[in-house]
Design a protein around this ligand. Structure first.
Ligand SMILES: Nc1ncnc2c1ncn2[C@@H]1O[C@H](COP(=O)(O)OP(=O)(O)OP(=O)(O)O)[C@@H](O)[C@H]1O
Ligand SMILES: [Mg+2]
Length: 385
């Protein structure tokens, strides 16, 4: 059974006569990324701040690892919870390393150890402390400042991290880069993350589950694909873009679509070129047949070899000597990114690898086309492809 890390039971918040959070019930599992999404003013930030008690609920109960947070010392509670606040929020008069060190120092860690912990946290978000540690926040780009915000949340080694629109201020390209890095980091660290955004593509990409809010209430909670395939009402359906395959690809993960695992043009790095030619000849994978094969080294994707125009006769030499790069995509990436890779490689197939680089199979353009057709038949919708 998955452990529940945070539990909200009928949680409410009023300011004067206005109820801005209206009885929210939500269980967040240990190690999951729960995304809160909804229009501006619907209460997302208020919920985050009630979890770490920067805002006191007007009603209901919040349990953190089974303990009622209202009975806990708020300072002790906040030490267990990292917080990336909306709008970056670095201290402008402190250098980068000092900004991050604030968190371990608050936990009572001595200055030297706090610096080395903070250095490691900066390293994790791709900002080597030797280069960035002594800079002032204003000397960094928006994206780098947001990384420092994430490093600061990580530096306390919290069990739970609350992230309030952590990439909100970024251009789309930097945003995608930071999303990928955070997913990679999460794969290693397995923290419990509550992630607020108002960008549905970001929600679908980042969330193990998504909680859709409207005017202080939860409308629907579910996994991305469940929200797409069975939205409870028109608000959710419109919000997630159900029924539009292109919208679907922008947040569907590679791991959620069937990857071809048999009849693949694959050889081992120790194989001979003639084996490679044979493998390319034997596959029915379009765009690969008689053209090229993937090369594996102990189960990992090592590259590819091009066999186009080489006659299927015994060729001297191992594939190792003709190795070329192969385009690949990780299972955590979106189908849209996979399609982009196929198009830019002009192969119309892309190798799928896991986080450790192990080869899992191939996603092909023809298979994608079939998925779109099936979706169209199921929904009776007019596809835009
Ligand atoms: N201290 C406060 N006093 C009075 N009203 C408040 C206070 N803080 C928040 N509110 C109101 O509560 C509602 C929810 O605010 P909240 O900041 O949680 O929204 P949000 O979903 O995070 O919005 P955004 O996407 O714009 O960040 C808003 O209508 C806001 O005006
Ligand atoms: Mg907010």
């Amino acid at each position: 059974m998955v452990r529940t890390a945070i539990s909200l039971r009928d949680v409410r918040k009023s300011y004067g006569d206005t109820e801005v959070v209206k009885g929210v019930d939500l269980d967040i599992a240990g190690g999951e990324i729960m995304v809160l999404i909804g229009p501006s003013g619907c209460g997302k930030t208020t919920i985050l701040r009630m979890i770490n008690r920067l805002v006191e609920p007007s009603g209901g109960t919040i349990l953190c690892e089974g303990q009622d947070t209202s009975r806990m010392d708020p300072v002790a509670l906040r030490r267990r919870i990292g917080y990336v606040i909306q709008g970056i929020g670095l201290f402008p008069h402190m250098r980068v390393l000092e900004n991050v060190s604030v968190v371990p120092r608050l936990k009572g860690i001595g200055p030297d150890e706090a610096r080395s912990i903070s250095g490691r946290a900066l390293e994790m978000v791709g900002l080597p402390p030797s280069e960035y540690g002594e800079k002032w926040p204003r000397q960094l780009s928006g994206g780098q400042q947001q990384r420092v915000g994430v490093a600061r949340a990580l530096a306390g080694d919290p069990e739970i991290i609350l992230m309030d629109e952590p990439f909100g201020a970024l251009d789309p390209i930097s945003r995608i880069g930071l999303q990928d890095e955070l997913l990679d980091l999460q794969f290693k660290l397995k923290k419990t993350v509550v992630f607020v955004t108002h960008d549905i593509s970001e929600a679908m990409k980042m969330g193990n589950r998504i909680a859709i809010m409207r005017s202080g209430e939860l409308v629907q909670v579910g996994e991305p694909l469940a929200l797409l395939s069975s939205p409870d009402d028109d608000f959710v359906s419109g919000f997630v873009g159900a029924g539009n395959p292109m919208a679907m690809f922008s947040f569907m993960k590679v791991k959620d679509v069937p990857v071809r695992t048999s009849d693949l043009p694959v050889v081992d790095i120790e194989d001979s070129m003639s084996n490679a030619v044979r493998a390319a000849h034997n596959t029915d994978l379009r765009f690969c047949r008689d053209r090229f094969v993937y090369v594996l080294d102990q189960g990992r994707l090592a590259g590819s070899v091009n066999v186009e125009g080489i006659p299927p006769v015994a060729l001297p030499g191992p594939v190792r000597e003709r190795l070329q790069p192969a385009s690949s995509v990780r299972t955590t990436r979106t189908v849209q990114e996979a399609l982009g890779t196929m198009i830019s490689s002009a192969i119309a197939n892309v190798a799928v690898v896991d986080e450790a680089g192990r080869f899992l199979g191939v996603l092909s353009f023809s298979d994608m086309y079939d998925i779109i057709q099936q979706q169209k038949e199921r929904d009776g919708t007019t596809a835009v492809v």
